[in-house]
Write a protein that binds this ligand. Structure first.
Ligand SMILES: [Zn+2]
Length: 505
């Protein structure tokens, strides 16, 4: 009897039954419930769910309420389903101007001050090359220069890198160095490849970062930091030659404030005593970009709300649906259901969780993340990271059973894998993939809605949403029930991180 029991038990995990009609709960999810979730989350009333704003908090509350209704457990250390996160929101000054000898630069025109206020400051301008200091190599662009109380001008980037990434990544550090050296402002010279108006509209809006990380000088006065598009007035050349250049600076309306948002997290305990200490992490970001200027795309007085029905209402509904299906028929492994905030502002919510996990990351065996720009072919679910984690057959089974195919790794030129929350976990070593609404490439059908005010609930194919959500829940179940754990493919760029996280197993 005992051995027969064991055989039966071993078979059960692959066919966990719900009480009523013998098929797991993902098959019984209703189209109407998936539609209702999306119509709420992407409604105008939620104002584009921008991190730090009320619409975002209402979306979080809605998700938490669903988790509560499904009976999800709260994560260790939390009172409820919220993991609170403090963000620092920085808004560039409204008015600013800079004069160099006789030339005046004006904010929004040929000047973009990003941080700091200044009240009619009159001083001198000093050229500091890249404004870079590297203690290891001994490189110091400030050597021999007196910049105390002065405005320093620098080339973009660092001595080692002038590509856009190096330029963006060095901004904060260069500002800090200038401040340490006693300068009152750092202005970088705009000598980048892409058009100035694009750069300006990208930065000239509220920007958020994790509050802890921006840290160092938030308590102190910020020095003025910004960019200038040079006029042909010879001033920079004079600075470079060490000649005196008179400078004055005014900057008004810069604000730095702390705003709050939250990840929403619930736990479903696995039924297999051998495997329930291993966790499958399901994620989807529920935030979007907000309204008006903050949306980053064109808008009109008639429609200025970036509803984010596709991005990432669909993924959020898939997550809620999986939470329901997996809590009704629990899988063998435990499941973390995590709706993250702050994705649109730099993957901030997932980054925060990966730094402050509530279940240790080395017990987290996989991350199935749902996100997408939209869809252009409803016969597919697209999977970014297909071929990289040993889960292909399970993913295909989860998708095929609802009459769809997997479209592997669409739009490779877009580097989608490293642009969504899965990368916050992959970079820590957790094998991860992105479950994306049917996208075969970034064509017009995608760009028509991607980060546009038109991405609203009236333009959604609800039959497809329903199947997409079912497939997501099914795929999650198959991975959570599988005997073996997902593994990075040999030579994958995150394989080493995986070995470090889990130890050489
Ligand atoms: Zn997204």
């Amino acid at each position: 009897m005992k051995s027969l029991c064991l055989i039966l038990l071993a078979a059960i995990p692959f066919f966990t039954f719900s009480q009523d009609n013998g098929t797991p709960a993902e098959f019984q999810l209703e189209k109407s419930e998936t539609e209702a979730h999306l119509r709420f989350l992407a409604s105008d009333e939620l104002q584009g769910r921008r991190t730090g704003e009320m619409g975002n908090n209402i979306a979080a509350r809605y998700i938490a309420t669903q988790f509560e209704a499904f009976g999800l457990q709260t994560a260790p250390g939390l009172d409820g389903y919220f993991q609170p996160i403090a963000f620092e929101a920085v808004t560039p000054p409204r008015n600013a101007s800079l004069s160099l000898n006789k030339t005046t630069y004006t904010q929004g025109d040929n000047l973009l001050i990003l941080t700091g206020n200044a009240d009619n400051l009159k001083t001198e301008a000093v050229f500091v090359n890249f404004g870079w200091v590297d203690k290891e190599s001994g490189h110091d662009d400030y050597q021999g220069l007196d910049v105390k109380g002065k405005i320093v001008f620098s080339l973009p980037g660092t001595p080692d890198g002038q590509d856009p990434m190096s330029v963006f990544n060095s901004m904060k550090q260069k500002r800090k160095l200038a401040q340490e050296k006693g300068a009152v402002a750092l202005i970088e010279l705009y000598r980048l490849q892409f058009p100035w108006p694009f750069f300006r509209s990208f930065f000239d809006k509220e920007n958020l970062s994790l509050a802890g990380e921006a840290g160092e000088n938030s308590s102190k006065q910020d020095i003025v930091y910004g960019w200038v598009k040079e006029e042909k007035d010879g001033n920079v050349q004079q600075m470079q030659e060490g000649k005196k250049v008179k400078a004055s600076l005014m900057s008004k309306g810069f604000t730095r404030r702390v705003v709050y948002s939250q990840n929403v997290i619930g736990i479903i305990e696995g039924i297999d005593p051998e495997l329930r200490d291993e966790y499958l992490l399901l994620t989807a970001h529920y935030d979007h970009v907000g309204t008006g200027k903050n949306g980053g795309g064109p808008y009109t007085p008639q429609d200025s709300i970036f509803n984010g029905a596709r991005d990432n209402g669909m993924g959020t509904v898939a997550l809620i649906s999986a939470a329901k299906a997996l809590s009704i028929d629990r899988p063998r492994r435990s499941v973390i259901v995590l709706a993250v905030t702050g994705e649109e502002l730099g993957l901030l919510g997932s980054k925060y969780y990966s730094e402050h996990p509530l279940i240790p990351l080395n017990k987290t065996i996989f991350n199935l993340n749902s996100d997408g720009a939209g869809y252009n072919d409803v016969s597919y679910v697209s999977v970014v990271g297909f071929g990289r984690t040993g889960t292909d057959a399970l993913v295909e089974a989860g998708v095929n059973i609802f009459g769809m195919d997997v479209f592997p790794n669409p739009a490779p030129e877009q580097n989608l894998y490293d642009r969504s929350d899965n990368v916050s976990f992959a970079s820590k070593g957790v094998p991860a993939i992105q479950f994306v609404p049917g996208t075969t490439g970034f064509d017009e059908a995608i760009s028509k809605y991607y980060h546009q005010v038109t991405d609203n609930p009236d333009t959604i194919d609800y039959d497809y949403l329903h199947k997409f959500c079912q497939a997501f829940a099914r795929t999650a179940r198959l991975i959570a029930n599988e005997n073996g754990r997902p593994q990075w493919a040999k030579g994958d760029k995150y394989e080493k991180a995986g070995m470090e996280l889990y130890g050489d197993e």
